[in-house]
Design a binder for this molecule. Structure first.
Ligand SMILES: [Zn+2]
Length: 96
């Protein structure tokens, strides 16, 4: 799927339609401190013994929902679309 990099969308801060640039947000990278559960998990994975939970067989859904952010060119605020959609292949088209 291809979507244009700039789109005219409604900005609720400017209360009108303005040009927006699209940005795809990828999953956050974990940095610094891990959560409590993650620390326990790491300890369990150390040394001998297997994975603490059985391996999940296959994912229910092969694709993930996209997290898209639209940035208003006028006020510079970013907003999301309410519901992401699924796409196997996704590209943001650059303006030629
Ligand atoms: Zn705006």
């Amino acid at each position: 799927m291809n979507i244009p990099k700039t789109q005219k969308r409604y900005c609720r801060y400017c209360k009108k339609h303005t040009e927006h640039t699209v940005r795809r947000v990828s999953a956050k990278k974990v940095r610094g401190l891990l959560s409590h559960g993650q620390r326990i998990f790491k300890r369990k994975m150390k040394g001998f013994g297997s994975y603490p939970r059985s391996n999940p067989k296959g994912r229910a859904k092969p694709t993930k929902k996209l997290d898209l952010r639209y940035k208003c060119k006028e006020c510079g605020k970013e907003h999301t679309i309410g519901k992401g959609f699924r796409a196997k292949k996704f590209e943001i088209k650059r303006k030629v």
